[in-house]
Design a protein around this ligand. Structure first.
Ligand SMILES: C[S@@+](CC[C@H](N)C(=O)[O-])C[C@H]1O[C@@H](n2cnc3c(N)ncnc32)[C@H](O)[C@@H]1O
Length: 281
């Protein structure tokens, strides 16, 4: 299989300059990681941080993703976090890389229309970006346990003229075999594995593999500790992410009959986006 990713150099990734990198390593990250968490929480509360409030309500939920993806918050505290923080910047890079890879998979599929299945989809920001970029016709089924994101998802789909191409389903993705009308050509699992245990990941991909034809693609991401702020996220946002290498995730997802993996890093090295294929077996 040809693994070359076309036009990756055209993706407009974000990267901090040298001075910002030095400041982060020497000042900002130690401050965030080691100042008393009560003081940091009080500062964020006082600054009416929407990102902090979203994480306290639903750690790592879809709303905090959207605030980082958009990168244009109103509150000063959020501007500091969203524009200066490594994870929000890496999340925007992951959004662009994920959308690029998914658009390529949609365009290289032989199906017409292509069916994309999004697991733990939230509002579907990345698949909507991908469908907007792709030339081929595509419809998407977006599944999430939490339906809070669907109203916002319908709004962004309609802004992209894709309202009639997306279907939102509130369900547990482990029940996927009873939910689909037609098999997926591409499965997207971006922004979910880092919040799941190994057993949960294997359970989800095993259920998903049953509805996928051989050769169908799966797209997921790993997260590394390269962001340097895990201690901050745990203490201040209550966010306990599971950091795994692409190889560790591939080994887990491989247990459900996937292979032929190809991992691409965004430039901050925080996220890899991995494409795999359902094998014949
Ligand atoms: C961090 S959000 C990511 C949303 C979106 N994928 C993105 O990247 O913006 C993770 C989502 O996974 C959903 N989720 C977690 N476990 C799930 C399950 N077993 N079935 C369906 N959705 C699940 C959560 O409700 C949440 O909306």
């Amino acid at each position: 299989m040809d693994h070359a990713i076309k036009d990756i150099e055209k993706i407009e990734f974000e990267q901090p300059g040298l001075l910002k990198r030095v400041l982060k390593t020497a000042v900002i990250n130690p401050f965030a990681n080691y100042m008393p968490s009560g003081m940091l929480k009080a500062l964020l509360r006082h600054g009416n941080s929407e990102l902090a409030a979203a994480n306290w309500k639903d750690p790592g939920g879809w709303r905090s993703m959207v605030i980082s993806y958009e990168g244009n918050p109103e509150k000063f505290a959020d501007r500091l976090l969203v524009n200066g923080g490594t994870v929000p910047m890496a999340l925007r890079n992951r959004r662009r890389l994920g959308a690029h890879l998914l658009a390529e998979l949609i365009d290289s599929s032989k199906s017409n229309p292509v069916h994309a299945l999004c697991l733990g989809a939230g509002p579907g920001r990345i698949i909507i970006d991908a469908m907007s970029k792709a030339k081929s016709d595509c419809h998407a089924t977006l599944v999430d346990l939490n339906s809070d994101a669907f109203e916002y998802g319908k709004k962004i789909a309609s802004e992209a003229n894709l309202a009639d191409k997306v279907r939102f389903i509130q369900a547990d993705v482990r029940d996927i075999d009873s939910l689909l009308e037609d098999p997926p050509d591409v499965v997207k699992m971006i922004g979910i594995c880092e919040y799941l245990t190994d057993d949960q990941i294997v359970e989800i991909v095993t259920a998903t593999a049953k509805v996928m034809p051989a050769g169908a693609a799966i797209v997921f991401n790993s997260i590394s500790k390269a962001h340097g702020t895990d201690r901050f996220f745990r203490r201040v946002f209550g966010l306990n992410m599971n950091h795994r290498s692409p190889a560790q995730l591939q080994a887990l997802i491989g247990q459900a009959g996937f292979g032929d993996f190809n991992a691409t890093a965004e430039p901050l090295g925080v996220y890899h986006v991995v494409v795999g294929r359902k094998t014949d077996a």
